[in-house]
Design a protein around this ligand. Structure first.
Ligand code: SF4
Ligand code: SF4
Length: 366
């Protein structure tokens, strides 16, 4: 069993500070290895890496492999639309950038209760239904970032959706904000196919605190923390695709092969590890970067949160973290430069109190 999909969201970069510097030598190898293993689902979006993700799909995938050898999913950034006419413009730009000719799956991107109201006003769901009827895309749906009640409302009001893309991982399974389990149950009730995003929670579950890693290693020494996370999601019968945002060839190779369902003892160990991780993670940011482009102060929010989490887990290591933070802030806004405009919080799919968290980062590291 392997349902892995290749998310073009965290690509290998020649300059880690610049999303526009894709390392194509590495990426081409990753794409080739992925396809050679028999997997064929790729995922991108108009907004990923400021458009670079769609360009990379064209260069590394579309121009190097026959169109029928892969499935490609792209997304309509409804939350950015200013008028109804934007839908067609976004769709055409995505087709042009990717060079794909058509999309196998086309989703309304990042729907939550707020953006859903805008999507209803601007007829985004009607637009994707029309694309499918015209044969310009094969299947449709939406990616979702809210609670199970909102999901139910959307599925009741929007017929014809083939897919729902949900954030599902063992850490968010019972969380009050993400509600992985409850959302999955609603999607199943409506008979929808499920695409999973963030199964490793933006890499957080690949690099768990020492105490959690020990619990997992004791239960199964041959399974890496990232594999535990992927096995948890892959064993869910209604999951059709499990997206992984891979950045290196080694990660691709690690994600290929079979995923064995968890045993009862492993399931218990995972629950125990999850409690430890929740206790030790100061800011549960997934590193998706949705908050970055709209920040007037160019505050590098996810990078600072990642460093802060390292610091919070091991305050004695501040001597290591502080110089790294200083380097990161060169040419960008530091945490102290946040003016509290709220642009970041309005787009954060995890609904994090970013402004408050930046104050904590600033106190510790500025
Ligand atoms: S609240 Fe602060 S971090 Fe967020 S967008 Fe505004 S200035 Fe940037
Ligand atoms: S703060 Fe929110 S939007 Fe920004 S990277 Fe983290 S999870 Fe994504």
């Amino acid at each position: 069993m392997n349902k892995i999909g290749f998310g073009f969201l965290r690509l290998p970069l020649l300059d880690p500070k610049n999303d526009q510097t894709t390392d194509y030598e590495e990426l081409n190898k990753m794409v080739d290895a992925f396809l050679a293993s028999g997997q064929n689902y790729f995922d991108t979006a108009w907004t990923y890496m400021d458009g670079e993700s769609e360009n990379a799909i064209r260069k590394a995938l579309v121009e190097r492999h026959p169109r029928e050898s892969f499935r490609l999913a792209d997304k309509l950034p409804g939350y950015m639309a200013k008028s109804e006419a934007d839908s067609e413009r976004f769709f055409r730009e995505s087709l042009e950038r990717t060079g794909a000719g058509y999309f196998d799956v086309y989703l309304v991107h990042g729907v939550d209760s707020e953006s859903y109201e805008r999507s209803k006003r601007m007829h985004h769901f009607d637009f994707v239904r029309q694309l499918k009827a015209e044969g310009r895309v094969k299947e449709i749906g939406f990616s979702f970032h809210d609670n199970a009640n909102v999901l139910r409302q959307i599925l009741e009001e929007q017929p014809g959706m083939d897919y729902v893309q949900l954030q599902i991982n063992y850490l968010d399974w019972e969380s009050d904000s993400v509600q992985s389990r409850k959302c999955l149950e609603v999607a199943e009730e409506f008979g929808k196919k499920v695409i999973v995003m963030e199964p490793v929670k933006g890499g957080m579950l690949a690099n768990v605190p020492e105490e959690a890693a020990e619990i997992l290693a004791k239960a199964n020494p041959d399974c890496s923390p990232a594999h535990w996370a992927l096995r948890f999601v892959q064993q869910i019968p209604s999951v059709d695709v499990c997206l992984s945002g891979m950045s290196t060839l080694a990660q691709v190779e690690d994600n290929l092969g079979d995923f064995v369902p968890l045993s009862k003892a492993e399931d218990l160990a995972l629950k125990k590890a999850a409690r430890v991780i929740l206790d030790k993670t100061a800011i549960p940011c997934t590193g998706c970067s949705y908050c970055v482009s709209g920040c007037p102060q160019r505050v590098w929010i996810p990078k600072y949160f990642k460093l802060y989490n390292e610091y919070a887990a091991k305050p004695d290591d501040k001597w290591k973290v502080a110089p790294e933070y200083k380097k990161m802030t060169e040419g960008r806004g530091a945490a102290k430069d946040c003016i509290g405009c709220g642009a970041c919080e309005s787009v954060c799919p995890q609904h994090l109190p970013i402004i408050e968290n930046l104050k904590n980062v600033s106190e510790a590291l500025d």
